[in-house]
Unconditional design. Structure first.
Length: 147
């Protein structure tokens, strides 16, 4: 029972080829910017992640990553690992094994040990994890203070 921190994510745009495919026939600048904002990912190492809606579907809204990142400062937000992009970044296959197990909180990606936790339970587990981590580093600072 619990969570572990996988690392801090960054927002990355879709690949160059995907952007060209999606934008080649769109002349309107505002529409191009909207499409580009939907084609962003969270990136951690070489793995891309996408925000999910409350229903567990890929969030296709404008500025989805920036909005999710902002919301993650207050409470965990569900995300999914992208395992394959079929034809464009709007046609993605996500990892079903990790559904409801990956959460973004304060721009860091956390993985829960089970997929049946509610958002509130995950939030509490993350806060508990952070509290234990803070105590551990305080203890280590004290132990190695004179070295």
């Amino acid at each position: 029972m619990g969570v572990k921190c996988i690392g801090q994510v960054r927002i990355e745009p879709a690949g160059f080829a995907e952007l060209i495919m999606a934008l080649k026939d769109i002349a309107d600048e505002e529409e191009r910017n909207r499409i580009i904002s939907v084609m962003e990912y969270f990136q951690l190492g070489k793995k891309p992640y996408v925000p999910l809606t409350g229903e567990g579907k890929i969030d296709q809204s404008e500025n989805r990553c920036k909005v999710t990142l902002e919301r993650s400062r207050k409470e965990p937000q569900p995300v999914a690992e992208v395992v394959e992009a079929r034809t464009a970044s709007t046609d993605l296959v996500i990892s079903s094994a990790m559904m409801n197990r990956l959460w973004l909180y304060d721009s860091k990606l956390y993985q829960s040990s089970r997929n049946d936790y509610s958002q509130e339970q995950v939030h509490l587990l993350i806060l508990d994890f952070l509290d234990k981590e803070e105590k551990k580093f305080k203890e280590l600072r004290e132990r190695f203070k004179g070295k």
